[in-house]
Write a protein that binds this ligand. Structure first.
Ligand code: CA
Length: 553
């Protein structure tokens, strides 16, 4: 509500500015009427306020630099009325994904599992019955590829479900084994698939029934850790990878790679390197993005694996650089210098790296929660994300300010709101989610029709990436002389083409004088402003409204 009110005030303000700034001969009386009518302005007139003359032709390169949309199928869109999202629901919404400018989707786990989140798999070569069938998935791949959207699936190799036949057989064998007898791998090869021991090595080991055996389960007892040093396990995962890659999957999102062996980065990187090598032997364009939830220094070490992407946890979450910069708690000048430093560190280790920045994912509070439903700050965070290098990831619902609540995982994975009026396809969400968490913002349908919505800001921000390949791929240079506090200017050069990005993360309009040789003579190519404000360039003076970003070329 607060947001809508502000919107009306802004409309009124823009009318004053418009009429003062031209010689249309409007009388004072007419001005007053415009202001008084501001509350009841029609959709056409709203559109008119959002003048934007800088839309460029799309220039989308078909490589592994993409704009990804993370989908939790369970809470996304339901097509068969059981309240659980499904693969057909994802297919139904591919046009939406495409319209938003995303050209990649990451599906959280889709394989059979006893849990709603499905991060504990019981069969690595099938689709969860709740979500649909392998045929549905094949259709999803075809429909995605038709729209230029690549499909990345979650790949959970660190552990299986305790209900996986491998684990069940191994436990049954060990329970029957006479005390003190060594397991015979010929009789039960699955004993080698997990970390079994005769003693409780540490507190993450659990007893196998009443036997003398224990197994490792770092997350929970229902998620036994797999032994990724076992040749047999490696062979299983090669076959599983082949199954999905042959079907047409474009990439894997590798879950929990820092836990393959606890705190053994070089071992974990080696596992990824070998596995990725196998995947690219089947498809040279195959993509991989891994979740190593560790600090920047350790993420850099993970790039020794020579696998394409690791999530950039340093910019994510409430304490990350994106949210802090959006709140004005971290200066734009520092933000761009950190980007440059990250680029320099990573490219020295692996020059094929593709950064994977994001604001929040399914394990974190949502951005609406982190930024206390301040739509302006949420837009600013999006703008900062969408001007970063690499492949940005947007968590479903982020674009409409979907809420989260507290620390409970289920509350971070609530049903997508497609419309405020029409409940078609609405999911019931995770069973243990708290009841009554409501959104401060409208649904997709309503935000689509509102030029000032968070959704339309996301849409334009993604479009800027699709117009300017330099944003994702360009080599960063920081224009030191123009980086002052909440103002920052960088250039990005990709294949002989250089653009500049100008940031104003403050709450004031600022004038940036483009008197540095690196940006002299450039013109506006596109921009992002909060609520339709205009960025203007007069000679070398760039007027940047509060919390705005401008692309120059
Ligand atoms: Ca369903």
């Amino acid at each position: 509500m607060k947001y809508r009110k502000l919107w009306s005030m802004l409309l009124a303000a823009s009318f004053i500015l418009c009429s003062c700034g031209n010689d249309s001969g409007q009388t004072t009386q007419e001005n007053i009427e415009s202001i008084e009518n501001a509350e009841s302005i029609s959709a056409d007139e709203q559109e008119a306020v959002f003048t934007y003359d800088y839309e460029q032709r799309l220039n989308v390169i078909d490589d592994n630099y993409r704009n990804y949309y993370e989908i939790f199928v369970y809470s996304f869109y339901d097509t068969d009325g059981d309240g659980i999202g499904d693969l057909n629901g994802v297919i139904e919404k591919l046009d939406y994904v495409q319209e938003m400018g995303f050209n990649g989707i990451w599906l959280m786990p889709i394989m059979p599992s006893p849990t709603y989140h499905k991060y504990d798999v019981t069969n690595y070569c099938d689709i969860s019955a709740e979500y649909g069938s392998l045929e549905d998935f094949q259709r999803l791949l075809e429909e995605s590829h038709k729209r230029g959207i690549r499909v990345v699936i979650d790949f959970v190799m660190n552990h299986s479900s305790s209900g996986h036949p491998w684990f069940v057989e191994a436990c049954n064998y060990l329970k029957e084994l006479p005390e003190g007898t060594e397991p015979d791998l010929e009789k039960c090869p699955y004993v080698d698939y997990y970390h079994f021991a005769r003693e409780q090595v540490n507190s993450s080991y659990y007893r196998v029934g009443a036997s003398e055996w224990y197994y490792e389960g770092v997350f929970v007892s229902e998620m036994p850790d797999l032994n990724l040093s076992s040749e047999a396990v490696k062979e299983e995962f090669r076959n599983i990878a082949k199954f999905w890659i042959d079907m047409g999957v474009d990439g894997f999102r590798m879950d929990a790679v820092a836990h393959f062996e606890e705190s053994d980065t070089s071992y974990n990187a080696q596992v990824l390197n070998e596995f990725f090598g196998y995947c690219t032997s089947l498809n040279p364009d195959f993509y991989m993005v891994s979740e190593a939830w560790v600090n920047d220094t350790m993420i850099a070490q993970y790039y020794e694996s020579k696998t394409p992407s690791f999530f950039n946890f340093g910019v994510a979450s409430a304490e990350g650089k994106l949210v802090k910069a959006a709140r004005g708690k971290y200066k734009a000048a520092s933000f761009v210098k950190a980007m440059l430093s990250y680029q320099d560190t990573l490219s020295a280790i692996y020059d094929g790296y593709i950064d994977a920045p994001f604001i929040a994912n399914h394990d974190m509070a949502r951005v609406s929660n982190m930024l206390r439903n301040d739509a302006n700050d949420m837009k600013m965070a999006c703008g900062l994300l969408m001007t970063m290098n690499g492949s940005p990831y947007v968590y479903y619902g982020e674009e409409i300010g979907l809420p989260s609540s507290g620390t409970k995982d289920e509350n971070k994975r609530l049903p997508m709101i497609w419309s405020d009026k029409d409940t078609t396809g609405t999911t019931k969400g995770p069973k243990n989610a708290d009841y009554g968490i409501t959104s401060s913002f409208a649904g997709v349908e309503e935000q689509m029709a509102d030029a000032g919505s968070i959704l339309n800001y996301y849409k334009r921000a993604v479009r800027l990436r699709n117009e300017n390949p330099e944003i994702a791929r360009g080599e960063i240079q920081v224009i030191e002389a123009l980086c002052i506090e909440h103002q920052a200017v960088i250039t990005k050069t990709y294949e002989d083409s250089t653009i500049a990005i100008v940031y104003n993360t403050s709450d004031e309009t600022i004038e940036v004088v483009l008197n540095d040789a690196a940006v002299e003579g450039m013109t506006i190519r596109g921009y992002l402003t909060l609520n339709g404000e205009v960025v203007e360039l007069n000679d070398d003076k760039l007027m940047m409204p509060a919390q705005s970003i401008c692309i120059l070329k």
